[in-house]
Design a protein around this ligand. Structure first.
Ligand code: FE2
Ligand code: FE2
Length: 365
């Protein structure tokens, strides 16, 4: 690859990081069928890993933002130490900052350090709005598709599309469009959506799937509506949810919000995954607009800006009885595990849902 990246240097760094970082969590095998969901008897338990939102930023020539590089490299290194190994890896989108080929190539180079595992790719707005996904489709992945794994039906969606007029008619250059979509609180921005074409495809794709089959949907944005000025939002979320609701157990995993967030709407469980680049604050923390951070989410404590890795990380997801248990590996914060609670009928933090167990702000590491 180009950009002067030296694989040998990476491997040396990876070994050093590995020595300092014990395997981040133990994966607990729970036999299938223990819960109250015997209908999914054909599904098996398994684990997959999830890395997201690396925002690799090209500066010039072979120079990249070193902090963001380090986040992704660390996730790749720790992933290689997982024991037992996950079945595959999801990349949740925003591999690049401005969709440049240099950034996407650089991301592929770092991700190629993952040993012996298939990577499934979800596109983020930062990867898309420079060339509208052209290079991504040529070099990385299609934008939406489905696959089956051990009795679970997986759907990858491109949830960061927007109105045609905004995409095709408004911007003098492709980079103007990219920067407009990359910015928060931008009055010139435009809300994300899955769009009619994919919704029709999704209906057809799911028409052949038994309602008892567990479904895992992988999107970049949350498929519900939290906060529009930051696109923690999918404009046609209600229509997508309507297609998914008839299924008994639906899990939506997404990136984009760079923080712990989980929710339940009908039969659909939603969980956000960590960014390797930086943590966002919750919209409620300083914006005065209305927001809809799910009331049941136990918020992350504020990240310490003096610590570059605070509030960042990656995760692993156990699919048990078709329900997801998400293990967040938070590098300079306390790890969290969010699991579906059959009695509550929604995901709960296995430790911090109880207010008595909360860690006071500014005292979390
Ligand atoms: Fe992001
Ligand atoms: Fe994003």
């Amino acid at each position: 690859m180009s950009n002067g990246f030296k694989r040998r240097d990476f491997l040396r760094g990876a070994m050093a990081a590995g020595a300092a970082t014990a395997v981040p969590f133990s994966l607990v095998e729970i036999s299938f069928g223990m819960g109250s969901t015997p209908k999914a008897a054909s599904a098996q338990d398994f684990t997959f890993a999830y890395i997201s939102d690396s925002h690799l930023t090209h500066i010039k020539g072979a120079e990249f933002n070193d902090n963001f590089d380090k986040g992704l490299k660390r996730a790749v290194t720790e992933l290689n130490f997982m024991d037992p190994k996950p079945d595959f890896v999801i990349y949740g989108g925003d591999l690049s900052q401005l969709g440049k080929r240099e950034e996407l190539d650089h991301g592929l180079e770092i991700m190629s350090g993952i040993r012996d595992l298939d990577v499934k790719w979800v596109i983020g707005e930062h990867d898309y709005y420079l060339d509208l996904g052209k290079y991504w489709q040529e070099e990385i992945s299609g934008l939406y598709h489905s696959f089956d794994h051990k009795g679970v039906h997986f759907v990858i969606l491109n949830s960061i599309l927007t109105y045609d007029e905004w995409t095709h008619e408004r911007w003098p250059t492709a980079m103007d469009r990219m920067k407009a979509m990359a910015r928060l609180d931008n009055p010139e921005g435009s809300p994300f959506m899955v769009g009619k074409e994919q919704r029709e495809w999704l209906k057809k794709d799911l028409a052949e799937v038994d309602k008892a089959t567990p479904i895992v949907v992988l999107s970049h944005s949350p498929l519900y509506q939290v906060f529009r000025p930051w696109n923690f939002w999918t404009e046609d979320a209600a229509e997508v949810q309507k297609i998914l609701q008839p299924f008994d157990r639906v899990n939506v995993l997404h990136g984009h919000v760079h923080q712990v967030m989980y929710n339940q709407i009908g039969s659909i469980t939603f969980q956000a995954m960590m960014a390797t680049a930086w943590p966002w604050p919750y919209p409620v923390s300083y914006a005065q607009h209305d927001n809809a951070v799910p009331k049941t989410t136990v918020l992350m404590n504020r990240a310490d800006p003096h610590n570059l890795r605070d509030g960042t990380g990656w995760g692993a997801v156990d699919l048990v009885s078709g329900r997801e248990t998400v293990h967040h590996t938070l590098w300079r914060n306390t790890n969290r595990t969010i699991a579906f609670d059959e009695e509550e009928g929604r995901p709960v933090d296995t430790k911090y849902q109880d207010p008595g167990n909360r860690i006071p702000p500014q005292d979390h590491y």
